[in-house]
Design a protein around this ligand. Structure first.
Ligand SMILES: NC(=O)C1=CN([C@@H]2O[C@H](COP(=O)(O)OP(=O)(O)OC[C@H]3O[C@@H](n4cnc5c(N)ncnc54)[C@H](OP(=O)(O)O)[C@@H]3O)[C@@H](O)[C@H]2O)C=CC1
Ligand SMILES: O=C(O)[C@@H]1CCC=N1
Length: 268
């Protein structure tokens, strides 16, 4: 199974790196094209897979073609691939916002296309991805994409109408969590911890709390209550977070990013 990436940037590198290190496919069966030389070099160094300058050659050589250019670059790339992408390849787009209808309108409605929203932790096999299928994509195509994404994290199939919200939550979400980790580390440094220890403790705390939610299946509120002793330290910290509007800020972040995904879809 040959997997080709059109666009060899950050997300393509994360996804390809995860697919190769998980054994889903070998570096020999992966290739990528990019207009930007340093992106090609970085992709090649980090994944061991070949890179080319021609999008058409990558598409011709691949069974699965993953479109990993920015949404604004997608219409030009689709024009270029007209006639090369047929029902023979499975087309996968990871572009935020870009609707399935765009691919069918440009390439014809006989194509097999699946729209995916992954996230960068795919690189360390902790991705959270959702996908929706369109055109003539079959049950087998959906299973293939599900197993491809499942080698680098979790994957769920959703109606296409939910993919903008997925983008606002888990697509962009790693950036929110990095900000939270950075801020927790800053808090530790402010209280006298060395930076490297503060960052390590902050990141492991986020990882551990996330594992607790996923493994116990408990409501996050119940897990929060279990940390919070009456008159103790945690409730003092939680009160400070509530005063700063943490939960409202995170809900607003998901809504703003979802809205932006919708806007990107209208422009493409
Ligand atoms: N980064 C993330 O966390 C996530 C990104 N995505 C989606 O993945 C896609 C890629 O994002 P990301 O990896 O961050 O972006 P990058 O900018 O890192 O990667 C895109 C690459 O495609 C290159 N490119 C531009 N035009 C063409 C072309 N005509 N042919 C071939 N290559 C081209 C770009 O070059 P140049 O820089 O010169 O334009 C760039 O190197 C986007 O659509 C984004 O919405 C989805 C989920 C998460
Ligand atoms: O910021 C972006 O537009 C992309 C899509 C989701 C994550 N990164």
């Amino acid at each position: 199974m040959k997997v080709g990436f059109i666009g060899a940037g950050r997300m393509a590198t994360a996804l390809a790196g995860g697919l190769i290190s998980s054994g889903f496919t070998s570096a020999d069966n992966v290739c990528a094209s990019d207009t930007y030389e340093s992106a090609r070099e970085k992709f090649n160094q980090e994944t061991g897979a070949d890179t080319l300058t021609s999008n058409i050659t990558v598409a011709e050589q691949s069974d699965i073609v993953i479109l990993a250019v920015k949404p604004q670059q997608l219409p030009g790339v689709l024009q270029e691939l007209k006639g090369t992408i047929t029902h023979k390849q499975l087309l996968v787009s990871i572009a935020a916002g870009s609707p399935l209808a765009l691919f069918l309108e440009t390439l014809g409605d006989s194509i097999r296309v699946i729209r995916v929203m992954p996230n960068t932790p795919c690189l360390v096999k902790q991705g959270a991805s959702a996908f929706a299928r369109g055109g003539k994509a079959t049950e087998d195509d959906a299973s293939l994409v599900d197993s491809l994404l499942s080698t680098v994290g979790i994957a769920v199939e959703v109606p296409e109408s939910q993919l903008d919200a997925v983008t606002g939550l888990s697509g962009s979400g790693p950036a929110y969590v990095y900000q939270i980790i950075e801020a927790l580390s800053d808090g530790g440094v402010r209280m006298g911890l060395p930076r490297h220890i503060a960052t390590q403790l902050a990141a492991q705390t986020v990882k551990g709390a996330a594992e607790m939610v996923l493994e116990t299946g408990e409501h996050p509120g119940a897990l929060k209550d279990a940390v919070t002793s009456p008159g103790g330290t945690t409730i003092a910290g939680i009160h400070a977070l509530e005063s700063g509007g943490l939960r409202s800020s995170l809900m607003n972040a998901v809504a703003a990013a979802t809205q932006r995904s919708i806007e990107l879809g209208k422009k493409s």
